[in-house]
Design a protein around this ligand. Structure first.
Ligand SMILES: Cc1cc2nc3c(=O)[nH]c(=O)nc-3n(C[C@H](O)[C@H](O)[C@H](O)COP(=O)(O)OP(=O)(O)OC[C@H]3O[C@@H](n4cnc5c(N)ncnc54)[C@H](O)[C@@H]3O)c2cc1C
Length: 515
């Protein structure tokens, strides 16, 4: 029976180091059944260097790996993210004057699961945005409040949160910890060929200067080229271009106008004629980029829109040239093939509208560590389960992203009109929208206990985008008590939570107490 002890990860971007950290921390090399983890990384090919918005899952992942939150804040210029704000998505109108703005916060609604909050909202204060009524987080974000206090321990929250961080600093920061504390072997070399066993498994990777790197299980974290799963094994790519049109990004790093400028505690996503602009506030700078459909606009127009946004939001006019990144929206037909599993961009990528890419990496690393196959026979069983789980997750993420487009009433370009065409709509999303004309999204729509987006997220976006059911649900008067509780919580949190920038500066200087 061939044991699985040696794991070789190819790629030293965020995916490679997150997987290395989780595996090495959960299965330490020196313990019985521990794993020997090697990470092979090319010195000549830089990681993609974008990907700065995360989900709250990142807190558990980093705690598992054993790094400190204060270290993330200091070394990766991290800030606290409490959700996303969507401007101009509903009708392309002014967010403030016309109310074309809504939040998708991380905190579940007050009374979620106990009352029909949507019914209470529709029969009551339906003029108040749904997310603003059921929880404090839109108000905290609007007031630039942090989600925790200076004395709150590391990774603990008062309001649920994730991070924004500098993607260029994140991998190297994890690398130091993985190599120095977790015993991960780091090989800085180019993989130039793949050697196979008789059964078709990968036996070893041939490097330019270090000979062969042999292993039992190989993790493809080579980014968009997908060198092991895609190129070597030829696992087909499943394009989603017909559903999600965005395939190009222009990214810029923008200084704050003043040293004491507020740091946004949410990702700001502002819809454009052929895509949308992300705006992420770190402690040191903003990361701003335009994601767009090359079939609906050209690079020069996209860059002009990006520059106009930066100027209008207080940024400098004389900023350098943006970095252009092209991608094919979609994913591999399956993710684990023989003794190779692809995690990160090598598995697939679609526009980062809800920052799902890093979350998928975390989920993949966690499943690999939870269900690590101990021998070759187990590899095929775990592979089948892994593929089933992630095929399901990709489908739900694609539907969730499409929901943002499907409900928009923007009519200012073909991009938005094409996005509403039935042919571009996944069949299951069409079915859901049909059902939601008479009831709100609930657990019956999302039956797994490991759903990527809870029904609350679907509600935040559905009603945030202005969707209203054809028939009003039966009123639920118990919802009013939850709305009052949410308002009370909001008052207390606004009174007790510090300014976001002030908290980050405090942590950078003094750290935080341990968990
Ligand atoms: C415009 C844009 C915005 C994004 N925003 C977000 C976001 O807000 N939130 C989010 O969750 N995700 C986001 N993402 C996705 C996120 O950037 C990635 O999921 C994440 O960075 C992981 O990348 P990776 O490690 O898979 O690949 P990469 O960073 O590309 O790393 C690939 C690695 O493979 C190595 N490699 C390649 N070839 C070889 C070889 N022959 N030999 C040895 N090593 C090799 C390279 O050296 C490199 O280390 C965004 C992506 C894009 C394009």
């Amino acid at each position: 029976m061939q044991q699985v002890r040696q794991v070789v990860i190819v790629g030293g971007g965020s995916a490679g180091w997150l997987v290395a950290g989780v595996l090495a921390a959960r299965h330490p090399a020196g313990e019985p059944g521990g794993l020997q983890v090697t990470l092979l990384e090319s010195p000549d090919r830089a990681p993609i260097g974008v990907g700065e918005g995360t989900w709250p899952t990142m807190r558990d992942t980093l705690r598992t790996i054993g790094v400190s939150e204060a270290g993330l804040v200091r070394e990766c210029d991290a800030s606290f993210k409490q959700g996303s704000r969507f401007d101009r998505w509903i009708g392309g109108r002014d967010p403030l004057a016309d109310g074309d703005r809504y939040y998708h916060p991380f905190t579940l609604p007050e009374g979620y699961g106990d009352a029909d909050l949507v019914a209470g909202w529709l029969h009551g204060p339906a003029h108040v945005p749904f997310a603003d009524l059921v929880g404090p987080q839109p108000h905290l974000c609007a007031e630039h409040r942090a989600p925790k206090q200076a004395q709150t321990p590391e990774y603990a929250s008062i309001a649920n949160y994730a991070y924004h961080f500098d993607a260029g600093k994140f991998g190297p920061w994890l690398r130091t910890h993985c190599v120095e504390r977790l015993g991960v072997q780091h090989v800085l070399d180019e993989m130039v060929a793949i050697e196979s066993r008789d059964n078709g498994d990968i036996a070893a990777l041939k490097t330019r200067d270090h000979g062969l790197v042999a292993g039992d299980l190989f993790v493809d974290c080579t980014g968009l080229p997908s060198l092991l799963l895609g190129r070597h094994f030829g696992v087909p790519f499943v394009s989603q271009r017909h559903v999600l049109f965005c395939d190009t990004a222009l990214a810029l790093q923008v200084p704050y106008a003043r040293d004491d400028a507020p740091i946004a505690s949410q990702t700001i996503s502002t819809a454009q004629a052929a895509g949308w602009i992300w705006d992420i506030g770190l402690s040191s700078r903003r990361g701003i980029g335009h994601v767009y459909s090359s079939a609906h606009t050209d690079d020069a127009s996209a860059e002009a829109a990006l520059r106009a946004y930066i100027a209008a939001s207080g940024g400098p006019r004389d900023i350098g040239a943006p970095r252009k990144i092209s991608f094919d929206p979609g994913h591999r037909e399956h993710f684990w093939h023989r003794n190779c599993v692809a995690i990160g961009l090598s598995a697939g990528f679609i526009e980062p509208l809800e920052a799902s890419a890093l979350a998928l990496i975390e989920l993949s690393a966690a499943m690999l560590a939870d269900d690590f196959p101990r021998d070759r026979a187990a590899v095929d069983i775990v592979a089948r389960r892994f593929n089933e789980a992630f095929t399901y997750r990709w489908a739900r993420i694609i539907e969730f992203l499409k929901l943002h487009y499907a409900l928009s009433r923007r009519d200012d370009s073909d991009f938005w009109r094409d996005n509403r065409r039935e042919a571009s709509m996944p069949a299951r999303l069409q079915e859901q929208l049909q059902l939601w004309r008479h009831r709100s999204p609930s657990r019956v729509d999302l039956t797994r206990n490991d759903e990527v987006f809870p029904s609350a997220s679907w509600q935040y976006v559905l009603y945030g985008m202005g969707f209203r059911p054809d028939t009003l649900p039966r009123p639920d008067r118990t919802a009013d008590g939850h709305f009052r509780a949410a308002a009370d919580l909001t008052r207390r949190m606004l009174a007790g939570l510090p300014d976001h920038r002030a908290l980050i500066e405090h942590i950078r200087r003094h750290g935080q107490s341990a968990v």
